[in-house]
Design a protein around this ligand. Structure first.
Ligand code: PLP
Length: 446
């Protein structure tokens, strides 16, 4: 790849903070994904502040941010709609470990916006909320087995950290993938309870239900696979999954941690017109503060109400985070806001396609405007399932991302993750993003 002009200054303070961090933090990081999100870079960038669509590192470099804390900062960083109110909450007490008014108002908003949300429970992270949804499905059905899809990510806890990104030699037969633990330390019994199926493969899906009739407590998926390069569901695939779950008494769980409130006020279940039994939310829900929720139909959520199924959490729906989420949803309930996010993203997707064509670089841009990814497949076709990503040119992605960073455009360094778009991008920032994309493709072609 040729060298593109850089607008980036020194990052030496980030380098020295990383050296210092390694002496106290395990690996110098607080989440394993921050290692992969650094890609091939020798050290991560230390971000100091953010405002709107921009973030600034400790050396003073400014970036247009399309990582957005993995989509959380959906209204941009430090959005004025939130900061004033949250300052008031800071002054009056952030959490009491008791029932509080903001959590009720927030649950009501979610009920209004999300088709399957007859009842809601809050948690603090996507992983926790996934655990809550799966516990509920298991508790209600009295079954242990869960169906998940290869390459889908549902958090770091033991429950489902299986076959997120298995190496090619671990995957097993296409139509009956092995259940591969994502890390040492996951008990074998947990792994045995998770059955894995390829995505977008109706035959394998029918076969796995036929092989395990009325056995799955839940079937869980990312309706748009944010953690597998934004692979879209083939038309009809989610409907088939819905039908099979109904026929087998299995709770259909949509993991809407990335899609929720981002792909439109009603998330993916509204976008695709498929109503799950349970859904999990986080990221955009909190507008930059840590909060998550699982929600579902009354029949499944009622056992939580009676205390038959247990779920807890000291920090659940603290007034600070519930207020942030309510204010965020007040904005995202307006289709004009999610529509603007979508339109901004569509323009960036188009700019990538155009630059790729102009510079003769085969690739596909997949997903929706609000969240998308570029994949460097040899023939420029999109990916339909996890194993398609084995043929991606990862080095080309790394080079693309690096060229963008040098132009002051910050994206996820991990090629199977995605771009997230906020409502804060100005027309000028959008133009600059598109120009940077053209320079990056010139660099790839050069
Ligand atoms: N589900 C999906 C689809 C995610 O993308 C993530 C995180 O990236 C999670 C669950 C886990 O959320 P958290 O990192 O907040 O635990």
């Amino acid at each position: 790849a040729g060298a593109a002009a850089s607008s980036l200054g020194s990052t030496e303070l980030s380098a020295s903070w990383f050296e210092r961090a390694k002496r106290s933090l395990a690996g110098g990081i607080s989440s394993s994904s921050r290692l992969t999100s650094t890609g091939p870079d020798p050290y991560p960038l230390y971000m100091r502040s953010g405002s709107g669509a921009r973030i600034r590192d400790v050396d003073g470099n400014e970036y247009l941010d399309y990582l957005l804390s993995y989509g959380s900062a959906v209204l941009g960083h430090a959005p004025p709609e939130l900061t004033g109110e949250l300052t008031k909450v800071l002054a009056t007490g952030t959490m009491f470990g008791t029932c509080n008014v903001p959590e009720v108002e927030l649950a009501e908003r979610i009920q209004e916006m999300v088709p399957c949300a007859e009842l809601v429970r809050f948690a603090n992270s996507g992983s926790e909320a996934v655990q809550g949804a799966i516990r509920t499905a298991r508790g209600v059905t009295g079954r242990s087995r869960v169906l998940k899809f290869e390459g889908h990510y549902h958090g770091w806890t033991d429950t489902l950290a299986i076959s997120n990104r298995p190496a090619p030699e671990e995957t097993g037969p296409h139509d009956a993938p092995h259940s591969v633990p994502h890390s040492p330390g996951i008990p074998t019994g947990v792994v045995a309870d998770v059955v894995v199926c390829p995505w977008n493969d109706p035959e394998s899906l029918r076969a796995v239900f036929a092989a395990h009739p009325a056995e799955f407590a839940a079937a869980i998926c990312e309706p748009i696979v944010a953690n597998n390069a934004c692979t879209m569901p083939d038309p009809g695939f989610l409907d088939l999954l819905r039908d099979l779950c109904t026929a087998h008494g299995t709770a259909l769980v949509f993991d809407e941690v990335c899609t929720g409130f981002r792909t439109g006020p009603g998330g993916a279940q509204t976008l695709f017109g498929v109503r799950p039994d349970l859904a999990v939310f986080s990221k955009a829900l909190g507008g930059g503060l840590p909060i998550a929720a699982f929600a579902g139909v009354r029949e499944l959520m009622e056992p939580l109400a009676t205390g038959y199924v247990k779920h807890g959490g000291t920090y659940n729906s603290s007034p600070l985070c519930a207020t942030a989420a309510s204010l965020t949803l007040a904005r995202l309930a307006d289709p004009a806001v999610t529509g603007r996010i979508e339109a901004t993203g569509q323009r960036i997707m188009e700019a990538i396609r155009r630059a790729a064509k102009d510079h003769g670089v085969p690739c596909a841009v997949q997903g929706v405007g609000a969240m998308f990814q570029v994949v460097f497949t040899p023939d420029g076709t999109p990916t339909r399932a996890y194993r398609d990503t084995f043929r991606l040119d990862r080095h080309r992605y790394d080079a693309f991302r690096h060229h963008l960073l040098l132009q002051g455009v910050h994206t996820n360094a991990y090629g199977l993750a995605c771009w997230f778009v906020s409502s804060a991008v100005t027309p000028d920032e959008l133009d600059r993003t598109c120009e940077a994309i053209d320079v990056a493709f010139a660099g790839l072609a050069g």
